[in-house]
Design a protein around this ligand. Sequence first.
Ligand code: SAH
Length: 410
Amino acid sequence: MSQPAANQTAARLRLRLTATAETIVRSGHPWVFADSVREQNRAGQTGELAVIFDRNDKFLAVGLFDADSPIRVRILHAGKPQNIDSTWWSARLEKALGVRRDMFDARTNGYRLIHGESDGWPGLVLDRYDTTLALKLYTAAWLPRLDEVLALFKEKISCERIVLRLSRNIQPFAEKQFKRRDGQILIGAPLEDAVVFSENGISYEADVLRGQKTGFFLDQRENRAEVENLARGKHVLNAFSFSGGFSVYAARGGAVSVTDLDISAHALLSANRNFALNIDYPAVAACEHKTVQADAFEWIDKTSAKFDLIVLDPPSLAKRATEREGAIRAYERLNMLGINRLTREGILVAGSCSAHVSAVEFFEAVRRAAVKSGRKFSELAMKLHPPDHPAGFKEAEYLKVIYLKFAREA
Ligand code: SAH
């Protein structure tokens, strides 16, 4: 992939870093923060390649420069000098695709093809929803390269449509400089509504044009399947249900009733449609599906209803590092509220997607809540990232789920 047009004649962008940052990059970490850049030969342009040299003037790494982000360079390659040409990009894509080649059978056509930094494509996510791909960019550095990225995707990945999604912070720049907007169809036929895809034989809609992330939480696939295995004969509460992802599995697994609880009416309408899409499964047809639009913290606190299985998978409760401690307390409180609503042998499925709260901190918070309940419990399982959402470095680790089963009092 070439340099952005405006910079083709300029000298290569060369950077030197602080000693600490040098060590971090050498160890394989993909981010260079702006305040770690010690020297720069000229002003860089967003999207161009920056070559990083170490204190002995030796090649250290090469990455994508982003003039406006605190993450100033996202590393593409570190180690021996490397030419970042079309062969290299092609191999990099093949690697991500190869990892997924035998990961899913024909019953699953919704999964992540490229998971950002951890697949060597920093700040870029590519999700497949059947024949539609959703391409989400988290750094403006990809915008000048978008045509070439698309040409490569078209060549290597079979699909009928590619939709562009942009993180909010880069939308104004994308519109102004590149006439690219969030929800734009890059390739294929126009789209008005959600697309439908399947996961383990369950059909779901994904609002790829406007939905959160790329339209669906593909990362919870393994936990949804686990919930299906646990749901037989149970009354299930799915709090922070979004479009009812966990709920349809619970229903197919034989749940007697499933209650979707979300603050968003829009999400609950989608949950209704997702149930309707799967009504051909007798167990889904037989399951009583309810929706409650409310603040989950308040509703769970006030309700007198009890459930045999409760899924608590809230949005990130720590958007930044400074919110970490408050988030840990909020997880503990939320799970205490949940445990209070569990029947005697109930099961709690507690999730967190806050990258700023570690798995250990989260699991401890849930365990504290369980201990404070005074009830006996055992841990059924703990789950981290699924294989199509690899986490290659510490900051990329966000997903963790713990399963607790409560016991009849002795
Ligand atoms: N568990 C879902 C993903 C959850 S996304 C899945 O596996 O698909 C977070 C959801 O929480 C969103 O749908 C959002 O509308 C909802 N939400 C955010 N704050 C909430 C609150 N205070 N009470 C209830 N729902 C809330």
